[in-house]
Ligand binder design. Structure first.
Ligand code: LMR
Length: 402
């Protein structure tokens, strides 16, 4: 029956983990997937999460189904974290929201909702480059996927002129525009607040629909409110945005799959109609979401003490990454005199650095040095620590020097 099914390629990101696991060399390093590691290279379970989990377990919750849109209190607290307690549509009760299977699930619900209800052409503009999974999520949901200029390889920075030209002239009115709210994946290059303001104006002028993916709130600057700048600015300018949230990175709840999808609507009555349609989208997809992770996240978000502890831990993770950026830059340039300009390692933001390494170099690094990264030259900075950073820098320097 399945004789005509072609073999597919490994996933560009999760396939790197598979290759890493198959490698038996003790020096191996996995800088592929964006998952935080502590200073010893180990997965990190946040102390605030451990405490919240103990409280959840202690309350001996039942194992009943959650409602279709999930844990209502968690969702309320999640959107408060993103939009801010003062947000006008939040206070007005006009944000439709649902719990989701982390960020990917939020994106999929959002894309499916827009595919069914957005009253314009189903065309989405994604930044070039973007997180690899954005493309199939929107394509499989029935969207035509196009790109807008984002990254300039020559400056290893933002191609702001190209971005503006694409959104001002190339994207037809009412196109959906996907924006990484902070810590752009894979480049680590974010617009400045001033540039965000211009992007907001352009979206307004050209009637573009802003669809935010916020997978790293807290990871860019160490502050969850600073990282929400773009989202909050757009909303304060009156944009009725879509927003995808993930608690995988900032709470380290990767396997729990905790996230939220929300849409700003005109008023509570419109919100109620949108909520009803979100349920109709979700029910045949997976019926209702898992409870455990949402209970943990909600315990943190609703307890002032745990919340404060969590914010400190997020800041700590962001700081360790910034520290690794500094060290990697110093070893590559000062110690190893690696040819080229490496300042971007320090200036890029969030979990990733877009090194500028070519695909052939990434293949050679895996084969010869047992160092794994995605083929676009992206490294997860969180995979580096004081035990492996010198080995990594020497391998990169060797690859660059040829
Ligand atoms: C990544 O980009 O590495 C993360 O967002 C994990 C994933 O699911 O791809």
């Amino acid at each position: 029956t399945w004789s005509t099914v072609p073999a597919g390629p490994p996933d560009p990101i999760l396939g790197v983990t598979e290759a890493f696991k198959a490698d038996k060399d003790p020096r191996k390093i996995n800088l592929g997937v964006g998952a935080y590691r502590d200073g010893q290279g180990k997965p990190y379970v946040l102390t605030s999460v451990q405490k919240a989990e103990a409280l959840v377990d202690g309350s001996k919750p039942d194992k009943e189904y959650l409602p279709i849109t999930g844990h209502a209190e968690f969702t309320k607290n999640a959107i408060k974290l993103a939009y801010g307690a003062d947000s006008a549509p939040l206070k007005a009760g006009s944000i439709a929201a649902t719990q989701s299977i982390s960020g990917t699930g939020a994106l999929r619900i959002g894309a499916a909702f827009l595919a069914r209800h957005y009253p314009h052409a189903k065309v989405v503009y994604l930044p070039d480059p973007t997180w690899g999974n954005h493309i199939p999520i929107f394509r499989d949901s029935g969207f035509e996927v196009r790109k807008y200029a984002y990254y300039n390889p020559a400056t290893i920075g933002l191609n702001f002129e190209g971005l503006k030209a694409d959104l001002l002239t190339n994207a037809p009115e009412h196109s959906v525009v996907l924006l990484h709210a902070c810590a752009h994946n894979p480049t680590g290059v974010d617009p400045t607040p001033e540039q965000w303001k211009e992007i907001s104006d352009i979206c307004k002028q050209r009637k573009l629909f802003p669809f935010f993916d916020m997978a790293y709130q807290g990871f860019a600057s160490g502050s969850t409110s600073r990282d929400a700048f773009a989202v909050r600015h757009f909303v304060s300018e009156g944009h009725q945005i879509a927003l995808c949230q993930s608690f995988a990175k900032n709470m380290g709840l990767y396997g729990e799959r905790v996230g939220a999808f929300s849409l700003v609507t005109a008023d509570p009555e419109e919100k109620a109609r949108v909520d009803s349609q979100l349920k109709i989208i979700i029910r045949p997809m997976y019926s209702n979401p898992p409870a455990h992770g949402a209970r943990i996240a909600n315990t943190i978000l609703s307890s002032p003490e745990l919340y404060a502890e969590w914010e400190t831990e997020v800041e700590g993770m962001a700081k360790r990454i910034i520290d690794m950026r500094e060290k990697l830059y110093n070893v590559l340039t000062n110690d190893l005199k690696t040819p080229g300009e490496w300042g971007h390692i320090k200036s890029q933001i969030g979990m990733f650095s877009f090194t500028g390494l070519k695909k052939e170099q990434t293949v050679a690094l895996a084969q010869k040095a047992h160092v794994y990264m995605t083929a676009d030259g992206r490294i997860s900075m969180a995979g580096l620590n004081s035990n492996n950073i010198n080995y990594f820098a020497e391998a990169v320097s060797g690859a660059v020097k040829g």
